[in-house]
Design a protein around this ligand. Structure first.
Ligand code: BES
Ligand code: MN
Ligand code: ZN
Length: 497
């Protein structure tokens, strides 16, 4: 991973330097210093979309100069800049430096430009974007020889220069980016490595940052009667585990509860999925990874909040011990469920974790994250996650938090009428709705049966947990969606004593 630092130093006259200039032709102090021989102005005069925000001109300099390369970056928008714009700029700089095969660079202070953003906030945002973009999951690839490896030369060091101190903002960025990277690692890890027990063990390491971690093992889950969660896992050689994490950064009347779906591999079970694309189902635990990552992010910044993070970890496999379509199970809450399709497994395990968390902690609000339905991809594609909520205030705070961090949500309905879709002839409810009708909503109304009447939101992240193509801030692969969203939600709505 890239090592990022800030220093209050003069701009070096060697190596690779990045300077910022305004869309209006203004130069930052550092850019002006380099413009003595007109090099910056000339760069901006090169053909191309002249002074659009985000344009980068990368100039290799002739041998004989001590400076190897100068990057001139255009910054500014008519409507003013948000932190998000600076994140994208940091990411764009990393993308350019990687294309230029640069291992180490210095980014000069934007001081002298009218950004509409404090200098330290601007630097912190650029650093966050840079760190998110520089992430890669490389542990199973050998580096060394070959052209491919040359192309993958990672950016090792990035030093931001600041006119004033920017150290605290950077420490915060590091905590958040570290939590997102940790989550992305978990999501990318294949299912032969990451299964319920090994996932639970990794969560135990959160005690090092002050999170209390409790692991409920199979015998305890039996004793508690989490039959819906156990039924999903009963076909697998890797038995289910539930992890309860708690960050108590404040004494509050009741905690906020975060709940995550952690299906370490979803083969569909006896309702087996087709072979094509089944390998993607290693990331069916992205909701759980985001909840664990959010706990880590909150602990890293010592958030003044009481939060419980609960994740249900299972593997959904077909075997002689697997549950069958038609089985009727009694969930932890006592409700009976007809399992019509063993591939609708996420809602089964969430039913038990949600009911358990509500009973044990009486939380003031509950937010669950789950890669729950393929149908949400049909509805929203990979641009937004589906949001369902029983509480408008919670929904609005989630929507706004999402806009701020660029993890976008779209609210879908939960009308009573949809509850009829999950009526069963043999049990109280069944685990699927009416065929292809409103599949994501059917999943959501099923979950609602297990949260009582407390404020609750469900976020279906099936479309956004993984990306098959590079995004503005993230290289393709696991996105870590949810970590920044939950961190921001807590800051907006739940923090304070
Ligand atoms: N994990 C899947 C949902 C999913 C599908 C996530 C594609 C990411 C990409 C979930 O467990 C599932 O299989 N859902 C079924 C529900 C159906 C059987 C009611 C689905 O979406 O087909
Ligand atoms: Mn499934
Ligand atoms: Zn699943």
């Amino acid at each position: 991973m890239v090592e990022i630092s800030v220093a209050q130093e003069a701009v070096p006259e060697q190596g690779v330097v990045v300077v910022l200039v305004g869309t209006d032709g203004s130069l930052s102090a550092a850019a002006a210093a380099f413009d003595r021989e007109g090099i910056v102005s000339r760069a901006l005069g090169l053909p191309g979309p002249k002074r659009r925000h985000g344009r980068i001109v990368s100039l290799p300099l002739p041998a004989g100069l001590r400076l190897d390369r100068l990057l001139v970056v255009v910054v500014g928008k008519p409507e003013g800049l948000a932190a998000r714009d600076m994140e994208e700029l940091g990411a764009a700089i990393v993308r350019q430096l990687e294309a230029d095969r640069v291992g180490e660079a210095v980014i000069a202070s934007p001081a002298g430009l009218e950004l509409g953003l404090e200098e330290d906030a601007a630097i912190a945002a650029m650093a966050l974007g840079a760190e998110l973009r520089a992430y890669r999951f490389d542990k199973y690839r050998r580096s060394g020889d070959g052209e491919e490896d040359e192309e993958r030369k990672p950016l090792a060091r990035l030093r931001f220069l600041s006119a004033g101190p920017a150290g605290t903002a950077l420490a915060r960025v590091r905590g958040l980016a570290g939590a997102v990277a940790w989550t992305r690692d978990l999501v990318a890890e294949p299912a032969n490595v990451l299964y319920p027990e090994s996932f639970a063990r990794i969560c135990e390491s959160l005690s090092e940052v002050g999170v209390e971690v409790e692991v409920l093992r199979p015998a305890e889950l039996e004793r508690l009667g989490m039959r819906a969660l156990l039924a999903v896992g009963q076909g697998s050689a890797h038995p289910p585990h539930v992890v309860i994490m708690r960050w108590k950064g404040a004494e509050q009347e009741a905690p906020l509860a975060l709940v995550g779906k952690g299906v370490c591999f979803d083969s569909g079970g006896i309702s087996l999925k087709p072979a094509g694309g089944m390998q993607d189902m290693k990331w069916d635990m992205a909701g759980a990874a985001a909840v664990a990552g959010a706990m880590r992010a909150l602990a890293a910044r010592r958030a003044a909040v009481d939060v419980v993070g609960a994740i249900g970890l299972v593997e959904n496999m077909p075997s002689g011990t697997a549950q069958r379509p038609g089985d009727v199970i009694r969930a932890y809450s006592g409700k009976t469920i007809e399992v019509v399709n063993t591939d609708a497994e996420g809602r089964l395990l969430l039913a038990d974790v949600l009911a358990y968390v509500c009973e044990r902690f009486a939380p003031r609000a509950v937010v669950d994250l789950a890669t729950l339905t393929g149908a949400v991809i049909v509805a929203l594609g990979h641009e937004r996650a589906g949001l369902f909520a029983t509480d408008d205030d919670l929904a609005e705070n989630l929507l706004a938090a999402g806009e701020e961090v660029g993890e976008l949500l779209w609210r879908l309905p939960l009308d009573k009428a949809y509850s009829k879709h999950i009526r069963s002839d043999i049990a109280e409810i069944k685990n699927v709705g009416r065929g292809r009708e409103a599949g994501s909503i059917a999943g959501a109304v099923f979950l609602r049966e297990f949260v009582g009447d407390r404020p609750w939101a469900h976020i279906d992240i099936a479309g956004v947990a993984w990306s098959d193509r590079d995004l503005t801030l993230l290289r393709k692969g696991a996105t870590g969606f949810g970590v920044r969203l939950l961190d921001r939600l807590v800051a907006r709505r739940f923090e304070g004593r």
